[in-house]
Structures are given as structure tokens and as C-alpha cells.
Design a protein around this ligand. Structure first.
Ligand SMILES: [Zn+2]
Ligand SMILES: [Zn+2]
Length: 320
């Protein structure tokens, strides 16, 4: 393992910047590829989380910029073994056409020769079939022109409609569980990834939900969404109140973390609302508000932040 000399201490946790690092077969590693929401920000790409375990590359949600983040990590787009979707809000799926088509073209990061496989709630198959149709002209040009394998641009959907194990391979188990993202936003799921007695939970988009707490029991690492807005902003517009009403407040997330008691809780999918006249709430208020209900290990996720799940959960600041 190669470390550079930069050590960053934050919230009593130690971060280490890491350069080129080979992943051990037994390692259980999680990297935040995008920690943002629908807002096109430079510092936080769309929601996407990469789980590397038992030699498998598993991607959870496909937000804007996922291809750039994978290339930053030197991971071929074609190297993904499975893609999982939490729900169909645009910020979680806009990266799919790019990942799917760019992972097929001839450069070394592409060259996928097997179908693009996606696990997700009911609706996944129709979306993928419609996507194939939307880009059929590209497909029909590239196959004869670049001699690309037709199999590589096919899609396969693995749909589910209830809680349970949705993926199992070489000791890795992925379980989907329904979460409450609001009355009109169904289906919506979170995921739990288990391997050799360790577990990682990804909340997906959700309000405070006891089902998530139940599904996350015993998890080592909990990666959770959150929404932060000032009282002034909420008072200014019904639309802002509706958006925040679909998500988890820092105080509620604190209750969730206190119930689960993980080795580390991480915020991702930061919904940071503002208007032309009312600025975002300060980022550190996310921590102070969470601390009203939870005193355990907690970090605000950043794009390319990596976690290695073992007896403890180690935090690496910038991927590899
Ligand atoms: Zn979202
Ligand atoms: Zn959503």
C-alpha cells in the first residue's frame, strides 16, 4: 500500500490519501463516485457508489459523471459485474446511457463483449429496452463500422418487486429493501451488501424509515442520504418543503445511525437547497444537527472517498 504524506484529520477520524493500490481479493472496499443530487455541481457528481468485493465490481446507482469517476480510478467501464438501481429519479439514472454505450467502444476502458446487466425495481426492464431503442442508430452504425460485438450492447434486466436477496455470487450477497421516499415516488429501495460477516448498507433516497433500520442491523458501514435546508428557505416555498419532505433530515439520520450503531456512518447524496436570495445552510451544520441524536463515527462523504471495511472501517480521501 503506497501512502503519500498528506494526513487530514477531521471529526477525530484519520483520512489518508492513497496512490496506486492493488485491491486484495479479500478486501471489501466502497468508493463514493458521486455524492450529489440533481444539481449539476462540479464538486459533487450524481449519486453513484462502487462496491469492490471478492474480485467483483458492483455499482449502485448511475448518476451524472460516473464514467469520468471510474476512469479517475483506472477502472474500465466494461469491468463492472453488476449495476443496481435504487429508484427512477433522474439523478440516479442519467449516467446509464453513457456508461452503457461508452463501455462498449474500442478504447481499453470499453470493449464490453457481454450484455450490460442491471438489477433494479419493476420498471428497470422497460427503461433499458426503451434506451436500446432511443440509441438504435448509434448501435446500428457502430456494429458494422467499428466491428463491435453485438452482444456487448445488449441489456439484461433483473427486476424485483419486494424485499429480499437479489444477487448472490462467490459469497457476496446483495439484499434489496424498500424505503419510503414519499407517496408518489415508488418503487424506491436501499441495498445491503454482505460478505464474510461484514455488511455495508446504502440507503438510496428515503425519508426516515424503520424498514431501513431493520435491514441495516449489524452493518459495519452505513452510507446514507441527507437533506439540509435553512428554516428561512423552507418557509419561502412549498416546493422546497416537498423536496425536503422526501428525504432524511440530519436529526432523523442521527436517530437512524444511533439505532444501527455502525462502525462508520457516511453522508452521501447531499441535498443542499438554496434559492436566488437564500444561501445553502453551512456544511458543518450537517454534523452539529446530526449530533443532537448520534455521537458515533460520522463523516460527510466526498466524491472519490474510499472506505475499506474490516475489523474497523478505514477512510481514504481520494480513491487510490
Ligand atoms: Zn436522488
Ligand atoms: Zn430520489
Amino acid at each position: 500500500m503506497l501512502f503519500n504524506s498528506r494526513l487530514i484529520v477531521l471529526a477525530s477520524l484519520i483520512f489518508v490519501s492513497v496512490s496506486a493500490q492493488v485491491i486484495a481479493q479479500e478486501e471489501f472496499r466502497v468508493t463514493l463516485l458521486g455524492t450529489g443530487d440533481p444539481i449539476p455541481r462540479i464538486d459533487r457528481f450524481g449519486p453513484a457508489t462502487l462496491v469492490e468485493v471478492a474480485g467483483q465490481e458492483l455499482l449502485f446507482d448511475v448518476g451524472r459523471g460516473v464514467t469520468q469517476r471510474l476512469v479517475q480510478l483506472d477502472i474500465a467501464l466494461s469491468a463492472l459485474d453488476a449495476v443496481f438501481l435504487t429508484h427512477f429519479h433522474s439523478d440516479h439514472i442519467t449516467g446509464i446511457p453513457d456508461l452503457w454505450m461508452t463501455g462498449w467502444i474500442p478504447p481499453p476502458f470499453g470493449r464490453r463483449s457481454v450484455p450490460f446487466e442491471v438489477w433494479g425495481p419493476t420498471g428497470t426492464e422497460a427503461m433499458l429496452k426503451n434506451m436500446e431503442q432511443a440509441f438504435i442508430l448509434n448501435t446500428n452504425i457502430r456494429i458494422p463500422d467499428e466491428l463491435l460485438p453485438p452482444e456487448g450492447i445488449k441489456t439484461i434486466a433483473h427486476e424485483f418487486s419486494e424485499d429480499g436477496v437479489v444477487y448472490e455470487k462467490d459469497g457476496v450477497q446483495v439484499t434489496a429493501f424498500a424505503v419510503d421516499h414519499g407517496e408518489l415516488i415508488k418503487p424506491s429501495y436501499g441495498y445491503r451488501i454482505d460478505y464474510k460477516g461484514r455488511a455495508v448498507v446504502i440507503s438510496g433516497d428515503t425519508k426516515f424509515d424503520k424498514n431501513l433500520i431493520e435491514a441495516a442491523k449489524g452493518a459495519d458501514l452505513v452510507i446514507h442520504e441527507v437533506a439540509l435546508a435553512t428554516d428561512e428557505l423552507l418557509a419561502s416555498s412549498e416546493q422546497f418543503r416537498r423536496i425536503v419532505g422526501h428525504h432524511t433530515t440530519p436529526e432523523e439520520a442521527g436517530t437512524v445511525f444511533a439505532e444501527i450503531n455502525p462502525k462508520l456512518a457516511v453522508y452521501t447524496h447531499l441535498v443542499m437547497l438554496s434559492s436566488a436570495t437564500i444561501p445553502e445552510a453551512p456544511l458543518d451544520s450537517l454534523i452539529t444537527r446530526t449530533r443532537t441524536n448520534y455521537q458515533g463515527p460520522l463523516v460527510i462523504g466526498e466524491d472519490l472517498m474510499t472506505f475499506i471495511v474490516d475489523d474497523k472501517v478505514s477512510i481514504y480521501k481520494s480513491g487510490r
